[in-house]
Every structure is written in C-alpha cells, then in structure tokens.
Design a protein around this ligand. Structure first.
Ligand code: FMN
Length: 201
C-alpha cells in the first residue's frame, strides 16, 4: 500500500493485531518501519536499540516451540489448579506474536546514567526504546500492516530466546513485535477518559 494514512488516522487505527493472513510483508515496507524507529528520540541521542527482523518461518516456529515448552514446564510444575489455569490462560498472549510472517525482536542495553540512584526511577533507556517501538508500530499501521507489541514471551523465555538469537551483553531483548497483514479487525478496546489522564495548570 503506497497511500500513506494521515497521522491521526494512523494513531486511531493502530491496534494490537494478533491474527494475520498469509500475505508477505514487503522488504521496502519493513525498511520504512525501521527508518521510522531510527528517527525516534532517545536520551542523549544514545539510540539504545537494535532490531532483529526474523522473516524465516522455521526460525519463528522455533521461538514459538521454545516459549511453549517453557510454559508447559511451568504448567506441569504448578502447585495448584488455580495456578495451572492462570498459566494456561497465558498461552495465546505469549505465542500470538509467532503467528505473523515477520517477528521483530527488539534489543536494548542499560542506559549509562551518571547517577545510578536515578536509573530505576527514570529508566531513560527504556523510555527511548519504547519510543522507537512506537514509531515502528505506527509506521506498520500507516503502511497497511498490523502487529502486536508483546513482552510475555520474554517473561517466559528471555534467556532462551536471546541464546538462540546470539544476543551478546550488554544487549538484551526487551520486546517482540509482530508484523503482518491483519486477518480481521481488532475487537473493541477501552481508554480512560481525557479528564482522568490530564491536568492543566
Ligand atoms: C509493553 C507492552 C507489552 C505487551 N505485552 C503483550 C503480550 O505479552 N501479549 C499480548 O497479546 N499483548 C501484549 N500487549 C498488547 C496490549 O495488550 C494492548 O496494547 C492493550 O490491550 C491495548 O490494546 P490495543 O493495542 O489494541 O489498543 C503489550 C503491549 C505493550 C505496550
């Protein structure tokens, strides 16, 4: 799709898409998404991000297997029915990202803060990489694609996923993002009313 959406239309349309058609993602569109991420703001312009773009279906499927295996192990070891159920309910949230033709693994690294005491409060590196992911996600939407920004698979299998992708310290995986052509529109979503989220002084 070459006709770019108006910015606010893009922002309104951006939703978490978790079902995809088999249509491929064009390389030039992927490059446009990466370019949008590249232009994001970051603390001291450190640009604390790296994107591993996975298009190989076998590689995506391997990541899904890793997450499923670790979730299965947790379910097996759970000490109560309620815990088992809660873990089973995580399955879709933890694996939908692997249903897309493209999975982007987003890496970041600790932000070198001169005052370490402030690091946990402001987490500037995380703020920067989040801006880049947002740019990427919105660019995908503007180009007619959809996807879901997820963390759950990393909560379950961060070290295993990093090992498979040969991620080297100080880099670490912070999020995954799927990209594909939406198979169906996202369901309803809710947002807090404006009055609740803003204070004008
Ligand atoms: C940091 C972050 C982590 C998320 N993790 C997951 C996840 O692990 N699995 C999932 O299916 N969705 C995940 N989401 C998507 C949210 O559930 C979604 O953005 C939210 O419900 C609002 O819906 P919308 O994106 O369609 O507007 C995550 C979103 C963000 C920003």
């Amino acid at each position: 799709m070459n006709l770019l959406m108006d910015f606010f239309e893009t922002v309104r349309r951006r939703r978490s898409i978790r079902h995809f058609t088999d249509a491929p993602v064009r390389d030039e569109d992927l490059m446009a998404m990466i370019e949008a991420a590249r232009l994001a703001p970051s603390p001291r312009n450190e640009q604390p991000w790296h994107f591993i773009v996975i298009r190989d279906q076998q590689a995506i499927s391997n990541l899904r297997d890793i997450v499923n295996a670790l979730l299965d192990a947790q379910i097996k070891g759970a000490d109560s029915k309620a815990r088992k159920k809660a873990l089973k309910n995580k399955r879709f949230g933890a694996t939908n990202v692997f249903d897309a033709p493209v999975v982007v693994v987003v890496l970041t690294k600790p932000f070198p803060n001169p005052d370490p005491a402030k690091q946990p409060i402001f987490n500037q590196g995380l703020q920067g990489v989040s801006a880049a992911i947002t740019h990427f996600h919105l660019a995908a939407t503007a180009l007619g694609y959809g996807g879901c920004w997820v963390v759950l698979p990393l909560e379950l299998a961060q070290f295993e996923i990093e090992a498979v992708l040969r991620v080297r310290k100080p880099w670490f995986a912070v999020a995954l993002l799927s990209v594909g052509v939406p198979a169906k529109a996202a369901g309803k979503t809710k947002r807090k009313p404006i009055e609740e989220i803003v204070t004008f002084e």
